[in-house]
Design a protein around this ligand. Sequence first.
Ligand SMILES: [Zn+2]
Length: 134
Amino acid sequence: MSTLTGPWLEHECRESFWRLVDKAPSDPHFYNGAIGWEWRGLKNKQGYGYFIHPVGGWILGAHRLTYMYEMLEIPDGHDLDHLCRVRDCVSPLHLEPVTHKENLARRDNARSLAQRIRPSKSNSGLRSAFAKRR
Ligand SMILES: [Zn+2]
C-alpha cells in the first residue's frame, strides 16, 4: 500500500498543501454529484498537479496527496484514474485506484473516442489518413 510517511504528515506541509486546493471553484465540474476540487499549485506538461514538500523537496502528484490525506491508502502499483477526466482535479471522490495497465487502456479509449468526434489539430498523421481515404 502507498501511504503517507512522516514528512508529508507534518503540519507545515499539510497547511501549505491544502492552501492550494480550491474546494469551491468559480467554474466547477461535478462527478456523481460531488463537486471537483481545483488545484491551484504547480502543474506538469500534461496538466496534472504536483506538490513539492516545503522542507525536503520531494515531489508527489497533488491528486495522490489529497487521496492519501483523505482516504489513506492506494494499493501497490496502482495509479489514480480521474473519473471526471479533469486532469488538475484533486477531489478524492473523482479518483479511483486502477492498475497502471487499466489506466492506460482507459486513457486510450477516451482518446480514440475524442478523436472520432473531433480529430485533434496537432495530430497531422491522423488527418492525412482521413484525407487519403476521401
Ligand atoms: Zn473532478
